[in-house]
Design a protein around this ligand. Structure first.
Ligand code: GDP
Length: 366
């Protein structure tokens, strides 16, 4: 469940965005022979300029990026929580993901029908968020029923959870998302949410889908959405889904030119990938060999043996120590040899917390 779920009303540009992500996946899929390609999932490389800098020094045969999973949750419409259409199944798919990317229509185009009849980002966002909230209210109500039965016996844990669940219900019935519940750090809440994975407890990124002209300057729709997001401590990332889909096929140079023409430095999709990676609490460490320069994905706070396990389980089991050079030192001293001569090669043990950008070698028993 390390993924980002894409939601949004029909005709807002969700499929276009997901197509761009799928193309990005396919462009690199030769590098990931073990990933099965699923129609509603895109395993997308995380752009990282540091890999290019490392490669200039190491000259590897290939470069591999960290990846991030996106899941297309098509079909979330008004009434989904009431089980209209296939709504409930889609809500179940969101449950599995950790972060929600909510695509919001912020472009006008008379040729693209809006299902609600007009362009109004706040109304659209509220329709989707209402559905998510209804689904959560349902889930919490069911939980309360179950906990009441358990609490009749002398189940202390159930009693404690029941108290939290009732406070939570009051909070969300007032229209507030689970994420602002004051008991969110309590053990009771954590126990409840471990099973329920409440939809409005997840982090949300708004993807404002704008026309090409809307990238360099915020249009009125984007301004409205930003105000709404600010009040909720959430972020808006602008993208032009159509342009993203085109640009995935471009060579680096062509792409840079296009971005300059559009008046931006980083594409919306790249910003979304970076933001999503960060919101998931992920970071990368590197291995830099002549065969391959590669970024490996770990959670922030991961110890060296656990980080080694991402490469191979045996690396964790037989872990002796890690040789670590920070990315900055690796670049500054022109590679491993130079860094070693400058005394920048550290030996770290089992307790070491791997840092973003560490260039690692693992020593292990077989
Ligand atoms: P979905 O229903 O949310 O998946 O929406 P689609 O991705 O299928 O997009 C609906 C229509 O809007 C398609 O005809 C797209 O080509 C068009 N579209 C998507 N993004 C943009 C955009 O940024 N500008 C304009 N003008 N049209 C767009």
């Amino acid at each position: 469940g390390l993924g980002i779920g894409l939601v949004g009303l029909p005709n807002v540009g969700k499929s276009t965005t997901f197509n761009a992500l799928t193309k990005a996946q396919n462009a690199e899929s030769a590098n990931y022979p073990f990933c099965t390609i699923e129609p509603n999932k895109a395993v997308v490389p995380v752009p990282d300029k540091r890999l290019d800098e490392l490669s200039k020094i190491v000259n590897p045969e290939r470069i591999q990026h960290s990846t991030l999973d996106f899941v297309d949750i098509a079909g979330l419409v008004k009434g989904a929580s009431k089980g209209e259409g296939l709504g409930n199944k889609f809500l179940g798919n969101i449950r599995e993901t950790e972060v929600i990317l909510h695509i919001v229509r912020c472009f006008e185009d008379p040729n693209v029908v809006h299902t609600e009849g007009s362009i109004d980002p706040i109304r659209d966002v509220e329709i989707i968020e209402q559905e998510l909230l209804f689904a959560d209210i349902d889930a919490v109500l069911k939980r309360i029923d179950m906990l009441k039965k358990k609490a009749k016996g002398n189940d202390k844990d159930a009693k404690m959870q029941l108290e939290v669940a009732e406070a939570l219900l009051a909070h969300i019935e007032e229209g507030n998302p689970v994420s602002t519940f004051e008991g969110i750090e309590s053990d009771g809440f954590k126990a409840i949410n471990k099973d329920l994975r409440l939809l409005t407890s997840k982090e949300i990124i708004y993807g404002a889908n704008v026309d090409e002209d809307g990238l360099s300057e915020d249009n009125e729709f984007v301004q409205q959405l930003k105000t709404y997001a600010d009040e909720r401590n959430r972020e808006v990332i602008k993208l032009c889904a159509k342009v993203e889909e085109e640009m995935v096929d471009f060579e680096d140079e062509e792409r840079e030119e296009m971005l300059t023409d559009l008046g931006v430095t980083e594409s919306g999709l790249e910003q979304i990938i970076h933001k999503g990676f960060d919101k998931l609490g992920l970071q990368s460490y590197f291995t830099a060999g002549v065969k391959e320069v590669r970024a490996w994905t770990i959670r922030k706070g991961t110890t060296a043996p656990k980080a080694a396990a991402v490469i191979h389980n045996d690396f964790e089991k037989g872990f002796i120590r890690a040789e670590v050079i920070s990315y900055e030192d690796f670049i500054q001293y022109g590679g491993e040899q130079g860094a070693k001569e400058a005394g920048k090669n550290r030996l770290e043990g089992k307790e070491y917390i791997v840092q973003d950008g560490d260039v690692m070698h693992f020593r292990f028993n077989v």
